[in-house]
Design a binder for this molecule. Sequence first.
Ligand code: SF4
Length: 252
Amino acid sequence: MRSALLFPEFEPGSPDKTEEKADVFDSRLVEIHSRLLAFYGPPKPRVVWDPLKQFIYSLLSSRTRTEVTFEVVAHLGERFGSWEALRDAPVAEIAEAIAPVTFAEKKAVQLKQALEQITARCGVLSLDFLHSYRTDKIRAWLERFDGVGVKTSGAVVNFSSLRRRALCVDSHHLRVTQRLGLVPKSADARETERRLMKMVPEDWSAVMLDEDHQLVKTHGQRLCTFSSPRCRGCPLLDMCPTGEKAVPSRKG
Ligand code: SF4
């Protein structure tokens, strides 16, 4: 495999189980998942993409509404016809094509650079070779690209056809889990994912983790919003320290 030869430190391996487990299992995440599932119903099944398309989507998605990013990625496919043509287009043209996403000019530079670097490192513009590598190695490799952090690497490994165990912690996930007291307010996305994975049952599949991500994101969009959480109607109120302060009449 050409990629393995290019990256001797990036040895292939079977999917791993690297998450730490708490001595005493904390069941709050499972309870929250169960309540949100009952409240919102099952999320729509995900259309699973190959790792490269998911990478492009995730790179463009930060601070941008989901529907907008979907439209932009669909537009890129129609406008350029191939990811190679997108890679070879001038930055200004890419910026124009992705204009509806936030920070389009910066993301255009990052996207073009990433596509060029993937081609240079792998010989082809594809991330399919990642299927044979360990999850932690894949994430570390992806996070070398400018603009790719733990959220994007988590999305690529969990949402794409790689379908590995990971929790994609976006801004909604961060806010909701902090308000619920599952993680400290100082925790960033990496620390939040590390702590939450300790609360995930070992038998939860990648698809279950994706479902958890979607449920918490939906909760953050509909009830536990950034500016005005609607705690009175929240199915998690009795287990939420933030909500209990906001709605004191529910105490006792
Ligand atoms: S009770 Fe309020 S702060 Fe807590 S999760 Fe629900 S909406 Fe968010």
